[in-house]
Design a protein around this ligand. Structure first.
Ligand SMILES: Nc1nc2c(ncn2[C@@H]2O[C@H](COP(=O)(O)OP(=O)(O)OP(=O)(O)O)[C@@H](O)[C@H]2O)c(=O)[nH]1
Ligand SMILES: [Mg+2]
Length: 217
């Protein structure tokens, strides 16, 4: 198989944090949203993708990312003379035990509002912990995204926590819970960077950066 064309991240900057529906920054570059349970490793994965250690705040305290945070990346693809723009969107975590029903509703309102508002959203990543089976939240989220016709993909992270023998079954285990319409799955570790190149290749494909569908800068 030919090696996938991996982008070089030339620049990665914070754009905006949004806590209210409708306060979105103007649409611009194609967007990839990163969602998942609180503390699952969304911000760590985003930093890995951006190749920046401290772009998104990572925390041992669950529920640290509160609003929707937009980051603008400038990319160069191998062989291309132009630069491309891609926006990574760090969504607040859900499922944190201490959160009230009102906060849960607020999460849903914000995330659903975002998804419905953004025509530049190209792919919605649902991040799962490799050591934990998908829960009702993930299944419902995937179901809702399907009903909204939003392309989505599962990313199983923290694979560095798995024993070697568990790696092989991690993908099929994650998919099994989602039934016949299960999204595709990538295995990654935000900690070691394992699987991140393959995920980048998928993002380039899914966002149309490769075939000229996206405007170069
Ligand atoms: N071993 C391991 N730890 C990880 C990995 N990714 C994240 N972590 C750790 O998991 C904790 C939470 O990481 P975050 O990236 O802040 O998680 P998050 O999903 O953004 O959390 P919230 O914003 O609170 O929802 C931190 O202690 C990270 O160091 C990984 O791939 N492997
Ligand atoms: Mg976070």
């Amino acid at each position: 198989m030919p090696k996938p064309a991996l982008p070089t991240v030339l620049d990665a900057v914070f754009l905006a944090e949004v806590r209210e529906v409708g306060q979105w920054p103007p649409e611009g570059p194609v967007e990839v949203a990163i969602a998942g349970r609180s503390n699952v490793g969304k911000s760590t994965l985003l930093n890995r993708l951006a190749g920046r250690r401290t772009l998104a705040r990572v925390s041992k305290t669950p529920g640290r990312t509160r609003g929707i945070i937009f980051y603008d990346l400038t990319l160069r693809l191998p062989g291309a003379s132009e630069r491309f723009a891609l926006r990574l969107v760090d969504l607040p975590g859900y499922g944190y035990a201490q959160v009230s029903r009102d906060e849960r509703k607020a999460w849903q309102r914000l995330v659903e509002g975002y998804v419905k508002a953004r025509s530049s959203l190209r792919l919605f990543l649902i991040v799962l912990d490799a050591r934990r089976p998908p829960g009702e939240e993930e299944l419902q989220l995937a179901e809702w995204l399907r009903s909204e016709h939003v392309p989505h993909h599962l990313v199983v992270t923290k694979t560095d926590k798995l024993r070697a023998a568990e790696h092989g079954s991690a993908r099929s285990k994650a998919r099994a819970a989602f039934g016949p319409d299960a999204p595709s799955v990538s295995l990654v570790s935000g900690e070691t960077g394992e699987g991140v190149d393959a995920l980048w290749a998928l993002l380039v494909e899914a966002t149309g950066l490769r075939d000229g569908a996206a405007d170069p800068l």
